[in-house]
Design a protein around this ligand. Structure first.
Ligand code: 5GP
Length: 191
């Protein structure tokens, strides 16, 4: 998606450890126009897949998942990273390892919001090695829900997660696919 690639070139910052910082338009400060266009692009790609719910992971997936769900006219549910008194025993739980925080934690979705008759579109801001995605796929499997597709705003292709899940048969649709980082910045993969 040219709009997103251009914005990454203009405002993204590459940090040590293969981290791309996009916090001035995607996951801290948010550009509503860009997020709406991203949601529309995912909705256009996945429109005829019978999606009943969009699933993401708090916090940074939420804005993109919401605009996608809005464009598709279906509910959005985000997996939570913390427990609370309002989230009692009735949850699907999966353990994942965070690439950016370098620690393991549980993600959970209340059983009321993921069902066996759901066709789930998983959305996230980044795909790196695929731990977060594994966790969300596991939540869907626990619920008996089928996965209609996977939409990723920014895939870091060199970290392998995308190809691993494509090889398993999932439609992983990335709007900006990064081949590698160079001294000059971000080099996008040819699509
Ligand atoms: P994975 O589990 O695929 O290795 O990483 C996915 C998660 O880690 C995403 O949900 C995202 O929050 C975070 N992440 C991975 N790589 C980056 C990055 O380069 N920049 C930012 N801002 N977040 C990242």
């Amino acid at each position: 998606m040219k709009l997103l690639e251009d914005r990454i070139r203009k405002d993204g910052r590459v940090l040590p450890g293969n981290i791309l910082k996009v916090d001035c338009f995607l996951n801290h400060q948010v550009d509503p126009g860009l997020i709406t266009a991203i949601g529309q692009a995912f909705a256009d790609h996945f429109r005829d897949r019978g999606v009943t719910r969009v699933l993401t992971l708090e916090v940074s997936g939420i804005v993109t998942a919401l605009s996608t769900a809005q464009a598709l006219g279906v509910p959005m549910v985000f997996a939570k990273k913390t427990t609370s008194v309002t989230l009692t025993g009735d949850a699907y739980i999966s353990r994942i390892f965070s690439f950016t925080k370098q620690k393991a934690y549980d993600i959970r979705v209340d059983r009321r919001f993921l069902n066996a008759d759901d066709r789930v579109l998983i959305i996230d801001d980044f795909l790196a090695v695929g731990q977060a995605l594994s966790g969300m796929l596991d939540l869907c499997a626990q619920a008996g829900a089928s996965v209609a597709g996977i939409g990723i705003a920014i895939e870091k292709a060199f970290q392998g997660g995308g190809d691993r899940f494509r090889a398993l048969g999932y439609d992983v649709y990335a709007l900006a696919k990064i081949d590698h980082f160079s001294d000059d910045g971000v080099v996008f993969a040819k699509v």
